[in-house]
Design a protein around this ligand. Structure first.
Ligand code: ADP
Length: 190
């Protein structure tokens, strides 16, 4: 099984690129952001707990997303691997993922990182706010908090995956097709 970690700052285009990636490599797409938004929409206890945190630009507790990912990895059938989108987002989550996979005799295949500068993050999220109507895109201070959270808690993962030789970065600036071609070129090597 392949275990790709799709990495990048908010607005890098992870969700946009994920569809083509899962289709081409027969992967199960696990987006923690999407899973959490559907828990919120369904009004589950987990959703109620996550809503306030997400809408203020903070992360939900590690254990919450770890549980969501572990149960889906163990139940998936008929796929050649997983595209983990938005997970891990902290070093602690990355360590738990490594342990989870080790128990299955597996490991992360590659961390595919889509990189864009902070100025582009703001532009993309402002644009998306009009289209998707996500509560965490609407307010500038929330977007700012997500970017700060990314730099403080998520960016250290670059070093984590570099150290174990799994880190692969592509430039997220360009058309959707251009970025997709860069991602495919890289995934074809793994
Ligand atoms: P984006 O890619 O724009 O950052 P996501 O849809 O991936 O947005 O995530 C939306 C929100 O869901 C995050 O800001 C965070 O509050 C929560 N979230 C998603 N994944 C995780 C995670 N792995 N750990 C903690 N919180 C998460």
């Amino acid at each position: 099984m392949k275990y790709y970690v799709l990495f990048g700052p908010p607005g890098a285009g992870k969700g946009t690129q994920a569809g083509a990636m899962v289709a081409r490599y027969h992967l199960c797409h696990l987006s923690t952001g999407e899973l959490l938004r559907s828990e919120i929409a369904a009004g589950t206890p987990l959703g109620i707990q996550a809503k306030a945190l997400i809408e203020n630009g903070s992360l939900v507790p590690d254990q919450v997303v770890e549980g969501m990912i572990e149960s889906r990895i163990s139940h998936a059938q008929g796929v050649e691997g997983f595209l983990l989108d938005g997970f891990p987002r902290t070093i602690a989550q990355a360590q738990v993922l490594d342990q989870m996979l080790e128990k299955r005799g597996e490991s992360v295949t590659a961390c595919v990182s889509i990189m864009i500068p902070d100025a582009t993050i703001h532009e993309r999220i402002a644009h998306r706010a009009h289209i998707e109507g996500r509560a965490d895109d609407a307010r500038e201070e929330v977007v700012e908090n997500r970017i700060q959270t990314y730099h403080a808690k998520t960016e250290p993962l670059i070093q984590y995956y570099r150290q174990n030789g799994k880190y692969e970065e592509i430039d997220g600036i360009g058309t959707i097709e251009e970025v997709q071609a860069r991602i495919f070129a890289l995934m074809d090597k793994h």
